[in-house]
Structure formats: C-alpha cells, structure tokens
Design a protein. Structure first.
Length: 359
C-alpha cells in the first residue's frame, strides 16, 4: 500500500500530473485511500486552478494526516487563499504551517538528542559491562589460585602427617629393638648368675673331702663370689666397658666403613636404605641417640638429622658437604643454626660438633 501511494508522486515529480491523478483515482476506486494521495491530488487541482476541488482534497488530509502531511497541507491552503484574494486567511494558514514546521523541528531535534543519549548510554553500558567482565575474570583467577593453593596445602599437610607418623613408628621400632637387646643382656646375666650359684653349691658339696681340697675349694668359692659380685652389681666401669665394646663393634661394621670410605666417585650411592641402616646402627651403639636429639630439638629436618649422624661418626665437614650435595658454608651455617635450636643461644659450629659427640 505504501509503495502504491508513492508511485503517483513519482509521476508528479517527473512532470506527469495527469498520470499521477489517473493512478490516484484508480487507487481510490479500489478503496486504497491514503492522506498522502489526497495531499497530492489537492496540489494537482491547485496547479490546474480548480480551487474548490483542491480545498476539498486538502481538508481530507487535515482529518487525520501525519504531522508532515498536515504541515504541507497548510502550506497549500495558504497558497490557495492567497490566490482567492484572502490574505488574512492565507496568513493564518501560513502561521499554522510555520507552527507545524517548528513542531517537526523540535521533534526531530528531540529524536536526535534521544538517539545520541541512547548511543551514549549504550557505550556507557558497554564500558561498565567490560569492567564487570574484567573484574569477574580477576575474581575467577583469584578463586582458581586460592583453590590450587589450598590443594597444595592439603597435600603438604597430609604428606607431613604421614611423614611424622613414619618417623614416630621408626622411633618406636628402634626403642623396641633397644629394649629387646637390654632384655636379652639381662637374661644372659641372669643365666650366668644361676650357673655360678650352681658351681658354688657343687663346690660346697665337695668340701667334705680332704682338708687341702677344702682350702682350695674355699679359695675358689671366694673367687667365684667376687666374680658373681662383679656381674650382680654393674659399676660405671662396667657400663663404660660395655659402651666401649659397642662402639668398637660399630667401628668394625660394614655401614661404618661404607660412610668413612665414601667418596664422590664411589660406585655405590647414598640411598635411603643406607641412611636408615646408619640411623639404626648409631641408635644401637649410642642408646636412644635420635630420641634424645629430637627431644631437645623436635623440628630438625631430614638433612639436619643426617648432618648430626655424620658428625657423630666423625665424618669430615668437607665430605659431609659432598654427601649431602651442599657447600661447606651451608653445612657450617646449618651447624650454627642447630646449635641455637638446641641451646637457645648463639654458638660456633665446633660447639655443636662437641655437643653431638658428647650426646
């Protein structure tokens, strides 16, 4: 419908008003009325000088045309009244035409401002949306980082817990082994005491023999009583002798020579099994060495504990550094740091070595 209503105007603009008027009549006969064609038909009648028909057509537009059509209609009516010699009426229509033109200008300006405001609002919305998306991405990365950190913290806590449980179990096993060795030594002592008592009884039973035999037997009894006393009352000398014997046996052991003979070019590596074997041998030779050390300083690391073991068996500092893949200065600093942990005061590395040797 809109396209058909524009075709008559094309004819009119091309200088063919008759074709335009004929097409308008044809449309009207088919019931296709439009205010745009009424305005065109009034304009054609006005050009032809048929002012009555022109007025009728233009008044049709005033009944319901658009603001643009009404503005054009008032312009044509002003021209019509001027041709009829009615300047006042023509002026009134001209004023109405101008009033509608002002309304159109204001509406156009308002619409332009609204479009500009809408464009500004859209750009502002886009900027805010981009900022919010950037903040959301930042928060997402932050949450992801916190989640990963929490996961590593949980894993580290679980590893530390099981590592601590393993160390405790190892200490318990070593304590149990030491207790069994002590019980075995006590049983051996008790057995020896019983055997000596039986020998004394046997000697006393034979004392009714000759007088010489009696004196001889009494002498043997006294000697065996002294021997019995030596077993029944352990002295500091006996204990020291036992410790010395354990240390001598330890220095003859394979694990002792393994660590003392080790060099950077040794084919056999320092495995965890070797370190555990050294740990067990030291705690057997120097009873509860690890327990007493950890009691004084519970937070020793595995590397620090190994430094203590190597100092205890008199490994040179240079070799200790090579064994633990550390520099000499790092080992020295570790000894100074452990001395402060144990004693609660500053000291030299050699003071820590002496402390480990006496422990």
């Amino acid at each position: 419908m809109f396209i058909l209503s524009e075709v008559p105007w094309l004819y009119f603009d091309n200088g063919q008003p008759e074709k335009a008027k004929s097409l308008i009549y044809e449309l009207f006969q088919k019931g296709r009325y439009s205010y745009n064609n009424w305005l065109l038909l009034g304009t054609i009648y006005l050009q032809e000088g048929d002012l009555g028909k022109a007025r009728d057509c233009l008044n049709k537009v005033l009944e319901g045309g658009t603001i643009y059509q009404i503005q054009g209609t008032y312009q044509k009516l002003s021209e019509l009244e001027e041709r009829q010699g009615n300047p006042i009426t023509a002026m009134n229509y001209a004023n109405k035409c101008l009033a509608y033109q002002d309304s159109i200008n204001r509406w156009t300006q308002t619409e332009s401002v609204a479009k500009i405001q809408a464009l500004y609002d859209f750009q502002h919305y886009e900027e805010e949306n981009n900022k919010l998306q950037e903040i959301n991405r930042h928060h997402l990365w932050l949450i992801l980082a916190l989640s990963i950190g929490s996961l590593f913290l949980i894993i580290g806590s679980v590893y530390y817990y099981y590592r601590l449980q393993y160390k405790k179990a190892k200490v318990v096993r070593l304590a149990k082994t030491t207790r069994l060795l002590n019980e075995l030594a006590y049983q051996n002592t008790s057995t020896l005491m019983e055997e000596n008592m039986q020998k004394i009884k046997d000697l006393e039973a034979q004392s009714h023999k000759t007088e010489e035999e009696k004196e001889y037997l009494l002498k043997r009894i006294r000697e065996m009583e002294k021997e019995f006393s030596a077993y029944s009352k352990p002295t500091a000398t006996n204990l020291q002798s036992k410790a010395t014997l354990l240390e001598v046996n330890f220095k003859k052991s394979e694990i002792y020579h393994f660590f003392h003979d080790w060099t950077e070019h040794s084919q056999e590596k320092l495995t965890d099994e070797k370190w555990r074997e050294l740990h067990t041998a030291i705690d057997t030779t120097y009873p509860r060495f690890t327990d007493r050390l950890l009691l004084l300083c519970p937070k020793l690391s595995e590397v620090e504990l190994r430094i203590c073991y190597l100092i205890k068996i008199s490994i040179p500092i240079k070799i200790i550094a090579s064994m633990l893949n550390r520099s000499n200065s790092a080992i020295t600093n570790a000894r100074i740091r452990m001395y402060k942990k144990v004693k609660g005061e500053d000291g030299k590395a050699e003071m820590f070595d002496q402390f480990i040797s006496d422990l």
